[in-house]
Design a protein. Sequence first.
Length: 296
Amino acid sequence: MIDELAELPLRLDADRARVNAELEGLFEHRDVGAERLEAAMRYGVLGNGKRLRPVLVYAAGRALGASDEDLDPAAVAVELIHAYSLVHDDLPAMDDDDLRRGQPTVHCAFDEATAILAGDALQTLAFEYLADAGHVRLGPMVRALAQAAGRDGMAAGQALDLASVGNALDVDSLARVHSYKTGALIRASVRLGALTAVPETDPRVIALDEYGAAVGLAFQIQDDILDVTGDPATLGKASGADAARDKPTYPSLLGLDGAQARARALLDDALDALAPLGEAGAPLAALAKYMIERDY
């Protein structure tokens, strides 16, 4: 574990460089139908992203024996879905954010209509790219990604999140919001990596589902914590936004210490879930620890 933690920064850099190269390739050497739309799509997906979801795809798939080349399509697809969700979440009708990843949000850099279309196009591009790979388990993989993005995932989570503004939620209700809005795609990232390697009936897929659910919620709790404690220059976006919007968060419900304790408990759950993987799960364990200790 100590070796994995020490090697994690290099592994993260390598995986980010790999998926960034794949993403950039989507916009090269092609006839462009609508130049402004294409520019907005590039702006929304390329740049200084954490790329944690593709990293999870690679880590889960490698743990079960998949090659990086076979994992590339799923890694790219989940990042495209994530980028689409950020473009739409930032819109004035949603979270109305002006800053993302240290630069103006897409609707500020372009315009609102172009941002909506760019998000739509990034979402459909994710499924196009994944379908082109022609994986033997394409059906289960498409289903996992679609469920994470739609009415049983991020779309439901955003609806619940908007409805929660100004309302009192208990911790269980807030966990439900987070499990849809943020956790669903993180869980799907882990599942897509696993499905690239083995059939969905493999018991290790169930173990990785449990891992993904735990790290997905822990990741959002850490985001809640960073909204209170983080430096905007490091975060690449304004801090204190949740409190300004009167949105329920883990620190507002449990206090900062309570939120941190809940994230640590979820980390323990994630590590326990990896037991069936043995030593092959060590990189995923290191990644889970990183996800709740990050400062951006």
